[in-house]
Design a protein around this ligand. Structure first.
Ligand SMILES: CC(C)(COP(=O)(O)OP(=O)(O)OC[C@H]1O[C@@H](n2cnc3c(N)ncnc32)[C@H](O)[C@@H]1OP(=O)(O)O)[C@@H](O)C(=O)NCCC(=O)NCCS
Length: 195
C-alpha cells in the first residue's frame, strides 16, 4: 500500500460508490486527506484496488473506511489492508483501534473478527436509512506494545556488584507503558457506517 493523494480521490470514490451502500463523497475523502488522517491505497498495474482511512486521536485511532473493488474482493486484499493499517497504528505507538460497522454487514464483521477485533458495543438504530435505522456494532482491537526486555541471566552481577535481579533507583517501571483504562470512544458525528 502507499499513501493516498488528492489525485487518487476520483478512483477511490468510484470504488466507494460501487461497493458501499452508503458511500462517502469525494469531499469526504478530500477532507480526510486535508485532516492528515492516515489514508492508504492498494495499487496494482496502475489501478487502485482498495483503500483504507484511519483517524488518529492521541494514542488511539478509528478505522473510518475500508473498501475493495468489487472484482478484487474475496482474494485476501481486505484482510491484508486491514492488518497493514493496524501495523501502521502500532508503529505510531497507538494502543487501540476502534471502528463501527453496520450489524447487517456480515462480510466486514467476519473480516474484523478474523483480524482480532472484538465487539464492545451496540448502538440500536444508529444508521439512518429508508427502513428506519440499522444497528451499529462498535469494535475494538488492542495493539499490544512490544514485550519488555528479558531479565538478565540469573546470578549475573552488575559492574557495581549488585545482582542484576535487583532494580536500582529509577529502574522500576522501565520497559512498561501505561494503558488508558477507559474504553471511551472517539466522539464523531456521522450518519453512515465507518470502518
Ligand atoms: C469488507 C471488504 C473490505 C472485505 O474485503 P475482501 O478483500 O473481499 O476480504 P478478504 O478477501 O480479505 O476476506 C477476509 C475475510 O473477510 C470475510 N469476508 C470477506 N468477504 C466476505 C463475504 N462476502 N461474506 C462473508 N465473509 C466475507 C471472510 O471472513 C474472509 O476470510 P476468508 O476468506 O478466510 O473466509 C469488502 O467486502 C468490501 O469492500 N466491502 C464493501 C465496503 C465495506 O463494507 N467496507 C466495510 C465498512 S466501511
Amino acid at each position: 500500500m502507499r499513501d493516498m493523494t488528492l489525485a487518487d480521490v476520483d478512483a477511490v470514490s468510484a470504488i466507494e460508490q460501487a461497493v458501499q451502500d452508503y458511500p462517502w463523497t469525494r469531499g469526504n475523502f478530500a477532507d480526510a486527506l486535508n485532516n492528515d488522517y492516515l489514508c492508504r491505497v492498494d495499487e496494482a498495474g496502475g489501478a487502485i484496488r482498495g483503500y483504507a482511512v484511519l483517524m488518529p486521536a492521541m494514542d488511539e485511532a478509528e478505522l473510518l473506511n475500508i473498501g475493495v473493488a468489487a472484482d478484487q474482493q474475496r482474494k485476501g486484499l481486505g484482510r491484508a489492508m486491514l492488518l497493514e493499517m493496524l501495523d501502521l497504528a502500532r508503529g505510531k505507538n497507538m494502543i487501540r483501534v476502534f471502528l463501527e460497522v453496520r450489524a447487517s454487514n456480515t462480510a466486514a464483521l467476519a473480516l474484523y473478527h478474523s483480524a482480532g477485533f472484538v465487539e464492545i458495543g451496540l448502538r440500536k438504530g444508529y444508521y439512518r436509512n429508508a427502513g428506519g435505522g440499522d444497528d451499529a456494532i462498535t469494535m475494538a482491537c488492542a495493539l499490544p506494545s512490544p514485550p519488555p526486555p528479558l531479565p538478565p541471566a540469573e546470578g549475573s552481577l552488575r559492574s557495581n556488584g549488585v545482582p542484576t535481579g535487583v532494580p536500582l533507583a529509577g529502574e522500576v517501571g522501565e520497559g512498561r507503558r501505561e494503558v488508558a483504562s477507559n474504553n471511551s470512544m472517539i466522539p464523531l458525528s456521522r450518519s453512515r457506517e465507518r470502518g
